[in-house]
Design a protein around this ligand. Sequence first.
Ligand code: EPZ
Length: 419
Amino acid sequence: MDKLRVKKSLGLSGEIYISGAKNAALPIICAGILTGEQLRLSNVPDLKDIKTLGLLLEGMGVKINFADNKMDIDAAGLNSCIAAYDLVKTMRASVLVLGPLLARFGEAEVSLPGGCAIGGRPVDQHIKGLELMGADIKIENGYIKARAKKLHGAKIIMDLITVTGTENLLMAATLADGVTVLENCAREPEVTDLANCLVKMGAKISGIGTDTLIVTGVEKLHGAEHQIIPDRIEAGTYAIMAVMTRSDVILRNAKPDIMGAIIEKLSLAGAVVETGQDWLRVAMKNDQDICSVDIKTLPYPALATDMQAQFMALNCIANDTSTISETIFENRYMHVPELCRMGANIAVDGNVAVVKGVHNLTGALVMATDLRASASLVLAGLVADGETIVDRVYHLDRGYESMERKLQQVGADIVRIKG
Ligand code: EPZ
């Protein structure tokens, strides 16, 4: 298993190019199942999760051509509606094939994704919505087995805000008979990007960007071209890196207008943040205290749970005490014991973590446990005295395209040790 060796790297400068959003690309690739024509995507991040989804679709007979951050998807020859456990267990977002398969082929057999490090990750809302649209769904031998002669429109009120739940039902509704009203939808920009792509494919959707999506089913969808939006979580991660290392970096190919909550917290921490249409500059003076920032993760437009671990790393070296409340997932503090091994002062009680800022962290051998936790350990390593070795970086590779290369470009002392 690869490791990253990270050493203290302060006062960095330069530009980092932000990749396309993983959590927009994953549902949009699944949307390719909804048509027999070619879906051509650009700004697709070159990540492990994207490749895993490609393998899953190729196993169903879908033609995938992925090179230079461009992906062409051709589902004309799709010959299987089964998403097998061996791939689904490594990438839970595979559940996003459920809605499209049911909508276009009337059947789907998708392994239950199972839990992951951050929580149980149930899919009851996905199933409830599809049943209201007329699907007959059984859970057998760890698989969701779904059948539907033809999905029909329905009024669905989500019991809680779920990103992939909203995305699965939105995709299913595009080919259903009649009108579907989806209420209490997730409003994450990645959901909006999916909706915009579906409209390019001929779907009839109103209320895009709001918590109520109204979909009028159509006979079929056609091919389209779509550019994936920039990854706001990747950009937020590097912005926090700039603050922690007292650097001055410009993030190119970013989308500041979907990063409001992140930018607000960066400013409260003391950063100077300038923004343009597709870039943001984050600067922090080297003799300036980092102000502690209280964090509460909530659905968009509030602060994303995917930014929690990274802001915790920032608070570890801030000038006061901060409170972090994780309201989305039940077990998203695995980075805490690893940060404490580096000298952080963090106490967790239920879903609340209290972080007392310390003057310095010390390098250590630490282990990544989930995608964003790994990022927080790299950030801590960049400010810690001595050397930090982050193990199990395959977690990082799932969501960050060449993190070490992008950080080296602004002068960070970080190398990958092939394992
Ligand atoms: C998406 O996961 C993202 N993944 C996650 O990003 C992100 O953390 C999460 O949304 C929240 O923003 C993708 O988009 C591929 P949810 P998702 O359904 O859709 C509960 C990353 O780091 N719930 O919005 O699986 C669930 O347990 C990943 O890139 C149900 O109870 O999350 C959780 O507590 C990690 N029943 C809450 O809702 C359901 O049917 C929100 O989950 C569905 C969800």
